[in-house]
Design a binder for this molecule. Structure first.
Ligand SMILES: Cc1cc2nc3c(=O)[nH]c(=O)nc-3n(C[C@H](O)[C@H](O)[C@H](O)COP(=O)(O)OP(=O)(O)OC[C@H]3O[C@@H](n4cnc5c(N)ncnc54)[C@H](O)[C@@H]3O)c2cc1C
Length: 333
């Protein structure tokens, strides 16, 4: 294990100031379920340095809170545990798509450790990236090994290139389908942006999957109250039933009246370097009465830009099927 200094932060601002003080050499530590593994495995390269300092977010009071206000919506502190999101009664009743996504994350033990902020900021599961002996493109090398190598599972079919990772988070697609905002805190300033714009693809940034500055942390995710008649559903497919990352997943949130979709947001996971918002599929669903044919058309629209790699073409049909089923489930009254 790489040795490191652990510093307890007492507030989000102090965490950001510490990151600023040790710029480039420090990283926030949440549950540690991803970061400590990467450090143990010494996953580093010209563009990825292992931190010398970990800024502990667990010591920040109330950063793990989950609160709800009727009419305003839900607030999830960055340190809220995935298992608490899964078990929270209000989330299960009012934001079922989020509880479903949380229940799909890893195993019960990992959900007891993993946090909302850590889940959104975790690194990809590409096995070339996670192999310390391979200087892949994302670590600062010159080759994306997934192009010529085994790209069956955790590689892109949409928006891939020059690196072909997929985003691993289950919470992200559900939270984006719910139109969430994320609050980011820096040493001097805070900003709130749509969670959808928090993530970037590998064309925009090869080395980082989001827009966080080196001295910023995620403080909170806020989820607006879904409109009357709004329903959501999250479905995921993975290699192992017990626990595993998504081969593909589909998050659908829609407003329905008289069996007709008035508005919707559709996001796919496990298929692109970022949670993939399927806007053409949303257009195909809006104003339509939900039935098998419409759901099929929506799925076709969502995947029409797919460019599978040598071994993962099956993910196109897999994602279509998940999306079709999620639309039909969300549309059930
Ligand atoms: C075997 C295994 C299987 C898993 N399966 C799944 C799965 O199926 N689906 C899924 O969604 N996840 C899965 N995960 C991920 C897991 O659930 C956690 O989300 C993950 O471990 C990261 O959460 P953490 O709180 O432990 O973050 P950490 O490991 O502490 O941090 C992860 C990254 O986020 C950064 N970070 C953490 N908090 C913040 C913050 N507030 N602001 C800014 N940056 C921050 C850290 O610096 C680090 O870069 C799996 C993990 C493992 C080890």
């Amino acid at each position: 294990m790489k040795s490191f200094q652990l510093i307890d932060a007492r507030s989000p601002q102090e965490a950001a100031s510490l990151l600023n003080k040790y710029k480039g050499k420090a990283q926030p530590l949440a549950g540690g379920g991803d970061l400590l593994y990467l450090m143990k495995d010494r996953i580093e390269g010209r563009q990825i340095q292992m931190p010398d300092v970990l800024v502990n977010l667990e010591s920040i009071p109330k950063l793990d809170s989950i609160s709800y206000e009727k009419g305003k919506g839900l607030k999830l502190g960055a340190m809220a545990l995935v298992s608490d999101v899964e078990a929270n009664k209000t989330i299960r009743e009012r934001f079922p798509i989020l509880a479903q996504a949380a229940a799909e994350v890893a195993s019960p033990q990992l959900r007891n450790m993993g946090t909302v902020g850590g889940n959104l900021c975790q690194k990809p599961r590409c096995w070339y990236y996670r192999n310390a002996h391979l200087p892949c493109l994302k670590k600062g090398g010159s080759t994306c090994y997934a192009l010529e190598g085994d790209n069956r599972y955790y590689h892109a079919i949409l928006e891939g290139g020059p690196c072909y990772i997929v985003h691993p988070s289950d919470l992200a697609p559900a939270l984006i389908a719910l139109n969430s905002q994320v609050a980011l805190v820096g040493p001097k300033q805070s900003r709130t942006i749509p969670l959808e714009s928090f993530f970037v693809n590998t064309k925009q940034n090869l080395y980082q999957e989001n827009v966080l500055k080196p001295d910023e942390i995620v403080q909170e995710v806020s989820v607006p109250e879904p409109k009357e008649g709004s329903r959501g559903f999250y479905l995921k497919s993975r290699i192992r039933k017990s626990w595993d990352f998504a081969l593909a997943s589909a998050a659908v949130q829609m407003e329905i009246a008289g069996g007709v979709c008035r508005d919707c947001r559709i996001v796919l996971g496990g298929v692109a370097p970022l949670p993939y918002r399927a806007k053409d599929a949303e257009t195909a669903l809006k104003g339509k009465k939900i039935n098998e044919q419409v759901a099929l058309k929506v799925a076709e629209e969502a995947l029409k830009a797919a460019q599978p790699m040598s071994m993962n073409a099956y993910k196109v049909d897999l994602a279509k099927t998940l999306l079709k089923r999620a639309v039909l489930q969300a549309g059930k009254v």
